[in-house]
Design a protein around this ligand. Structure first.
Ligand SMILES: [Zn+2]
Length: 922
């Protein structure tokens, strides 16, 4: 892992191929608007279904089709929810008040303390109370500050303002620059400190007045030199930690903060530090010092962990062209900067295309609330989709829906037309529910229309990556990226994907055949239909679900999945598997970026506090619809840091940096010497906000899966407590990192796990098993079609990063995409569209998108080996923790997988091992 390993963000999987991001507008559409419109659609189009296995279709917030069935909950039931919930909430408050020890320094309010004996409360009682409070905490619509006061009587320190993540000074966006400058200064000291072990002829301090420059004139004694040399891996790891603490936080803030000023300052911080890091990745001094350390005798010798750390740093330095002549190294840095900028531009365009513009519909007839998220700007800056003769073409969508769309006459179109924003919620509704094929086609083509500007950005990005691979003397970007992944080579990846694709192609064709038969059946005319087109897929998938499983309409399951119930269930699941649980934790004013953020502390039954998770679950205007896991702070050992050796100025304020904001002294980890920094992660999703009017956030099935998935990453971060930052938690190979999270998707659909979390939000009754099972049966239909999409996307990613990107004539991403889906897909490509400009994962997962499919194969095997017979097995959980999660990236992933599935033959990770993994998915 190089110092360059920025932004520990793990995006969730996009669930479909040739279509726009779904319900991108959810953050703008209020629940009542949507339910009103959904009801209007439901009543007129009659096409309502519950969430189906077609994940992309079911990426919903509260305004999902499930919300239609939600109206089955009578108004009286709704009002009953509030007293029940607030009762339990008050009960939580009462108990918490009794439990809160006076004057306790940290922000733990209930049972937990690292010194449990000092607590005035019975452990079991407090555990139960936390369990109950968790549910209330996520289901109550009250602002976080109020929730926190419910958990404990407010103490003066709870009410005292603080900064983001309890940083006392990070209270204003302007401080980001102070923090960045301080971090850069510290970084420079660390670089000079590391490089000072080199002979004077090789040591060039960054500043001539560096405190380490004295070694140029008077070298250390032999003893001091040996000691300093031994410190090199540790110092390099600490350098990485110092920089990542700010840059990863900036990455989070610029993605989630509702305030533009914070976003702008975080962007600046990210760019300043990112550029510094890019320079360090080709820093000769650091590389030579590390090599000197590796090649020198040490007494006592280097530990296994130190050797592994040195190996990962060396690999990354060498991938950064450290061995190249200076002009090539300079080119490497330039290209890295350009790639970073192009990547950001590409992602910005993806997000902009998905974000709704300001409303501008017939406000006078529908009221302003009706329009949120539905319409686009009239300025024409974003190309709106014009639907001619809207009343006829959108027939079946309901009059209120149509009337909420801006009129053509107002936006320069024809008198009878209406406009819709590309990728808006309304656009999605049309693609999914418009009975008229023409309507679906117009909107599909409008959402995916070819944009020369966006195609150019993507193609420049791919070509720059190809050029950078050339600078490194690699055949392609993929070859360069894959060398330290499980798959090792592009040939291995394509071999894996091709055999999988061939194996599943007949099943995917059969799925499309089912949809085509339905289309013929429902066609009003007798003439031959055109087969399933890209704009038909979602519509007939919805119809198919409704037709084959009418029972699913009778038994909606989402009332059993309130956000609080699911989080509570996750905590219970982790208690069963690992002996850890979530403890609700109050937020101090200023600690989080939005009032809807919630925080839990993660507590191990023997080790005590092991980390914190901030949840930013609910929609708000402008928030990304993508679910994500962010690492803000990694675990690492800190008691042997030797901070005085950094020679920072005497007045240096240690608490002004990001290190040591919380748990400055670190905590002990069972079975390990020393004290450790606690990991801190953030999960973001785009669920509907709970409100007093509508009750808690009820999750569609796919949202439940998403929450489990993201929690898999969070737990990896919590349990992967390595001595070094650079290999902790999710800092592991990209094609390994999804394993823990995909495994969580097996837990979520296990009937044994279900009782831990599925309970009705009004009646508190458990979800009847037969309803769940018929739901799962529905889920598994059309799954080959979905897998085909995933495999095709992974192949596309490989082809875009192959030597094709180094063709002097330039890469033609549209031709490659259309050829690929003609050959390996099951639904023909649409001329004039360029779906690839919406494939945002190309930026963060360039050449490693196959990881999702690959890790799905491994996760299936881990599940059948450890948990299929007993999904709540503590033995299974302990084995997973011991063999996989606890290592983070500190061990070869093939060895970890071989151990956990008891199959030594794959430990070497060769081409044959790849085939074995492929066979697990067949
Ligand atoms: Zn993931």
């Amino acid at each position: 892992m190089s110092l360059l390993r920025l932004g520990q963000r793990t995006l969730s999987i996009p669930k479909a191929l040739p279509r726009p991001p779904l319900l991108a507008a959810s953050s703008q559409a209020t629940f009542s608007t949507r339910s009103y419109l959904l009801n209007s659609i439901n009543n007129t189009a009659g096409s309502s279904t519950t969430t189906n296995n077609h994940h992309s279709v079911s990426k919903t917030s509260k305004g999902s089709l499930n919300t239609i069935t939600d109206s089955a909950v009578s108004p009286s039931s709704r009002t009953r929810w509030l007293p029940r919930s607030s009762t339990s909430w008050r009960r939580g408050r009462h108990a918490a008040a009794a439990a809160a020890p006076p004057g306790q320094e940290d922000t733990v309010y209930s049972s937990f303390s690292s010194d449990q004996t000092s607590m005035p409360m019975n452990h079991e009682t407090s555990r139960k109370m936390d369990d109950e409070t968790l549910r209330a905490m996520f289901d109550n619509p009250v602002a976080t500050a109020d929730v926190s006061r419910a958990f404990a009587p407010p103490r003066s320190e709870d009410l005292a303002p603080t900064g983001l993540f309890l940083h006392p000074r990070l209270q204003s966006p302007e401080y980001m620059q102070t923090l960045t400058s301080q971090t850069l200064q510290h970084g420079i000291h660390l670089v000079d400190r590391i490089c000072s072990v080199l002979p004077p002829s090789q040591f060039q301090p960054i500043h001539p007045e560096s405190p380490f420059a004295s070694y140029l004139d008077s070298p250390r004694s032999a003893y001091e030199h040996a000691k300093a040399l031994r410190m090199v891996p540790k110092l390099l790891d600490r350098l990485s930690d110092v920089l990542c603490l700010v840059i990863d936080m900036a990455e989070l803030v610029r993605n989630v903060h509702p305030d533009e000023r914070w976003i702008a300052e975080s962007d600046r911080a990210y760019e300043r530090l990112g550029s510094f890091m890019n320079g360090l990745n080709t820093h000769q001094g650091l590389y030579q010092a590390l090599k000197l350390c590796r090649d020198s005798p040490h007494d006592p010798p280097l530990t296994t962990a130190e050797k592994q750390l040195i190996r990962t740093f060396m690999t990354d330095f060498e991938k950064s062209g450290i061995h190249l002549p200076p002009d090539s190294r300079q080119r490497f840095v330039e290209l890295s900067d350009e790639i970073q900028l192009l990547g950001r531009k590409f992602l910005h365009d993806v997000a902009a295309a998905a974000a709704p513009s300001d409303g501008d519909g017939d406000a006078e007839s529908t009221g302003p609330g009706m329009l949120a998220g539905l319409t686009g700007s009239s300025s024409g800056s974003k190309a709106m989709i014009e639907i001619p003769d809207a009343d006829a073409v959108l027939n079946g969508m309901g009059k209120p829906f149509i009337e909420a769309l801006p009129k053509g006459s107002r936006l320069g179109g024809s008198r009878l037309s209406r406009f819709v924003s590309p990728n808006s919620w309304a656009a999605q509704m049309i693609i999914r529910h418009a009975p008229n094929e023409r309507a679906r086609r117009i909107v599909y083509e409008g959402c995916n229309r070819y944009s020369q500007e966006r195609v150019d950005v993507l193609e420049s990005l791919l070509e720059k990556r190809g050029e950078l691979a050339g600078v490194l003397d690699q055949e392609s970007w993929a070859a360069s990226v894959l060398s330290d992944k499980m798959a090792k080579t592009p040939e291995n990846v394509m071999g894996f994907l091709t055999s999988l694709a061939k194996h599943h192609l007949p099943k995917a064709r059969a799925d499309v055949g089912l949809l085509a038969a339905l289309k013929r059946m429902e066609s009003s005319s007798n003439r031959e239909t055109s087969g399933i087109n890209a704009w038909d897929r979602d519509y007939f998938s919805e119809r198919y679900m409704a037709v084959i499983a009418p029972g699913s309409r009778v038994h909606p399951i989402h009332p059993f999945f309130s956000a609080g119930t699911v989080i509570q269930g996750l905590s219970r699941l982790f208690t069963n598997l690992y002996g850890i649980r979530f403890v609700p934790c109050a937020l101090r004013p200023g600690e989080a970026w939005d009032k809807d953020v919630r925080k839990v502390q993660v507590v191990d039954e023997t080790e005590g506090l092991i980390g914190s998770i901030y949840f930013d679950l609910f929609s708000r205007p402008g928030k990304s619809p993508n679910a994500a896991h962010y690492t803000v702070r990694c675990s690492r050992r800190i008691d042997d840091d030797d901070l005085p050796g950094d020679r920072l100025p005497p007045d240096w304020d240690w608490r002004a940096g990001m290190t040591g904001v919380e748990n400055y002294e670190g905590v002990q980890v069972k079975g390990k010497p020393g004290r450790y920094q606690l990991p801190l992660v953030v999960l973001t999703t785009d669920f509907a906000r709970p409100s007093f009017e509508d009750g808690p956030s009820l999750l569609a099935w796919q949202e439940v899966e998403t929450l489990f998935h993201e929690m898999g990453h969070a737990i990896h971060s919590m349990l992967g407590r390595t001595e070094y930052h650079n290999v902790s938690g999710t800092r592991c190979a990209t094609d390994f990192v999804e394993l823990p999270s995909i495994l969580m998707e097996s837990f979520v659909s296990s009937p044994a796990v279900l009782p831990l979390f599925a309970r009705h939000f009004v009646t508190d009754t458990p979800l009847p098993l037969e309803h769940f099972q018929s739901h799962l049966a529905l889920q598994s239909s059309l799954s080959a079609l979905e897998l085909n999409s995933q495999i095709t996307m992974a192949m596309l990613d490989q082809m875009y990063h192959s030597p094709l990107a180094r063709d002097p004539k330039g890469i033609d991403t549209t031709a490659i995409y259309h050829n690929l889906i003609s050959k390996m897909g099951v639904i023909p490509p649409v001329q004039g569209t360029a779906w690839q400009t919406q494939f945002g994962h190309l930026v963060g997962y360039g050449a490693t998108y196959y990881s999702y499919t690959f890790d799905r194969a491994i996760a299936g095997k881990v599940w059948s080996t450890l948990f299929a017979n007993d999904p709540l097995s503590r033995d299974g959980g302990e084995k997973l923790r011991q063999d996989v999660l606890g290592w983070g990236g500190g061990k070869d992933p093939w060895e970890m997988v071989a151990n956990v599935v008891d199959n030594e033959s794959i430990a070497s990770g060769d081409a044959k091992a790849m085939q074995t993994v492929g066979s697990w998915l067949q």
